[in-house]
Design a protein around this ligand. Structure first.
Ligand code: ATR
Length: 288
């Protein structure tokens, strides 16, 4: 990759950022198309966020990904939000469009692309999503438009109920949207006729990789199991789902596809998914 006087700079702001896979997968995508773009990670402490966004404006940085802890706080420094980011109240991508900073959230669109990439069409399906935090909000918002039924199960019932109410207000007709507490009885009942299970909780994430959100006896071969956790790549949930011959989608795929949507926002080009996927797996020592 040749850096020139015209190279467009994209990057990531967050704290920490050192272990991010985004530089690897975005630069692989730029290189694939021979685009004069480069992607770098900037560690930005919470108290420096305002200055960082000012710096983005004055340096003419083309686009940014935004990660913890800035996804919500960054909104106040932007000029506009796309419709989804406005509803979700969180931003993971910024586009500098001729000096105007626009915020987007790409998790939902990324999850939908990841499902479709695996040949899974959520339309007419019953989706059970576990969790009602930031990731679940984005994914639920997008999938509620597609699915026949969306059931949100969360440890804190009030959060699931709030999310379901918000979604119902947005989609008055069509999709059946339900909320309940995440417990074994409710999981068992809802999984009986579910088509797609999405884990948007942190259950199974390192160092608690021995835990899993649902009993393996509920996993079936006709089920799609999508785990948003990517550390470890093969969560206990995915290992057990594979044993039952379910279709599985891992959290790295999700990461790649939400990055792919960011790439499309910055470049206007269709993201080279396979190239990005390969780069991401390679960087964590897998060859795919
Ligand atoms: P993210 O941005 O990754 O979604 P988050 O907003 O902190 O992170 O949300 C984490 C989700 O995992 C929440 O739904 C949380 O449940 P609560 O709303 O009850 O906190 C869920 N979660 C985390 N640890 C959990 C556990 N041990 N058991 C059940 N749910 C858990």
């Amino acid at each position: 990759m040749m850096v020139t006087g015209k190279t467009k700079v994209c990057g990531l702001i967050g704290d920490p950022v050192e272990h991010s896979l985004s530089p690897c997968l975005q630069n692989a995508a730029f290189k694939h198309y021979g685009l004069d773009f480069i992607y770098v990670a900037f560690r930005v402490k919470q108290e420096n966020l305002r200055d960082a966004i000012q710096g983005l404006r004055s340096l003419g940085i083309h686009g940014l990904n935004v990660t913890m802890p800035h996804k919500i706080n960054v909104i106040q420094y932007l000029d506009d939000l796309d419709a989804t980011a406005k509803i979700i109240g969180s931003v993971n991508t910024i586009l500098n469009r001729n000096g105007k900073l626009i915020g987007y959230t790409t998790d939902g669109a990324g999850a939908l692309k990841a499902l479709r990439y695996h040949g899974v069409d959520p339309s007419g399906k019953k989706i059970v999503i576990l969790g009602a935090g930031g990731a679940s909000r984005s994914v639920s918002l997008t999938l509620a438009k597609e699915a026949k039924e969306l059931v949100i199960l969360n440890r804190t019932l009030s959060k699931a109920e709030r999310l379901a109410e918000e979604l119902k207000a947005l989609y008055e007709y069509g999709t059946v949207i339900k909320a309940d507490e995440l417990n074994s009885q409710n999981v068992k009942r809802e999984m009986a006729d579910a088509n797609i299970l999405i884990n948007a909780t942190s259950i199974g994430m390192r160092p608690n990789d021995g835990s899993t959100p649902i009993d393996s006896a509920l996993l079936r071969s006709d089920l799609v199991v999508f785990d948003l956790v990517y550390e470890p790549l093969e969560t206990r949930l995915l290992i057990e789902a594979k044993k039952r011959r379910a279709t599985t989608i891992d959290g790295l795929t999700m990461l790649v596809f939400q990055g792919a949507v960011s790439f499309e926002i910055w470049t206007g080009r269709t993201a080279p998914f396979k190239v990005m996927m390969k780069a991401a797996y390679k960087s964590i020592g897998f060859n795919k």
